[in-house]
Design a protein around this ligand. Structure first.
Ligand code: URA
Length: 263
């Protein structure tokens, strides 16, 4: 096959009325399996290595790319790739942020009633409430979780005692944690011991550890906003799918800043 022929063979066009004509790039087999809700990419690699996945009747390889029309099977059973889904959940307290809990506790995924399997982007502690994004778009999830893209997260923190203005200044400048100094944050006192903290990092238990580092314990923690997404209209436990424009805005958040035009 010629070089151009090979490229043409890898291009697929979609002409469903919903999607219009557009180029759909082939997808690596592990990503395709993750999108089909079969397993994470890492586990999908194991399924492929174990020879349990076939593409058009041939054993799939780690470097196999899948096109829209390909017949992909696991243990002989045909699989269907799922549509991308993006969900905003108002996480209630007492629910764990994981796709499956070995201890059998209720998970955020259990709250989402969609045919498509979505998984949380980042995590909130079991006792933390608020905005949590879930998706099966692994690429976007990976990018949003990367500190380089500086996705803002706005937390409302209730403390057991009222912090001093000096303490709030320290938090804003960054405090030393065992995994390094925190980046500058925006800090605002909403009421005596209720503080709004905006950070773009997403380290484990970061907010609680930041307050502990300056001598305060957190009584209650709520994430009021994730990127541009607020909880307007969502009661605890409720969720909604994002509008396409909201997904686009999230994608734009993860685009590297444009280099200044050369003269
Ligand atoms: N920081 C925390 O300490 N806990 C959370 O759940 C989220 C951020």
């Amino acid at each position: 096959m010629t070089h151009l022929g090979r490229i043409a063979a890898r291009l697929t066009t979609v002409n469903s009325p919903k999607e219009g004509y557009r180029y759909v790039p082939p997808m690596r087999l592990n990503a395709w399996l993750a999108r089909a809700g079969v397993a994470s990419r890492r586990k999908a690699d194991e399924l492929i290595k174990d020879g349990r996945v076939t593409v058009n009747g041939e054993p799939g390889q780690l470097n196999t790319f899948v096109q829209r029309t390909d017949d992909v099977r696991l243990d002989g059973k045909p699989l269907v790739k799922q549509e991308l889904a993006y969900v905003l959940l108002h996480k209630p307290a007492g629910v764990v942020t994981t796709a499956s809990d070995p201890q059998g506790r209720e998970t955020v995924v259990d709250l989402i009633d969609l045919p498509t399997r979505v998984v949380p982007v980042g995590r909130l502690d079991a006792d933390t409430t608020g905005a949590l994004l879930l998706t099966n778009d692994g690429d976007l999830a990976h990018q949003l979780a990367h500190p380089k893209y500086e996705v803002d997260k706005v937390y409302v923190v209730q403390l057991w005692k009222q912090p001093t203005d000096g303490t709030l200044r320290k938090l804003a400048e960054g405090v030393n944690l065992e995994d390094g100094k925190t980046s500058p944050a925006e800090v605002r006192r909403l009421a005596g011991s209720t503080i709004e903290l905006t950070i773009h990092e997403g380290r484990n238990r970061q907010v609680k550890r930041m307050f502990e580092a300056v001598g305060y314990r957190v009584k209650a923690l709520h994430r009021a906003q994730y990127a541009h997404l607020t909880l307007k209209g969502l009661e605890p436990g409720q969720w909604r799918e994002l509008e396409p424009s909201e997904v686009e805005r999230l994608r734009a958040t993860t685009k590297p800043p444009r280099a200044p035009a050369r003269r």
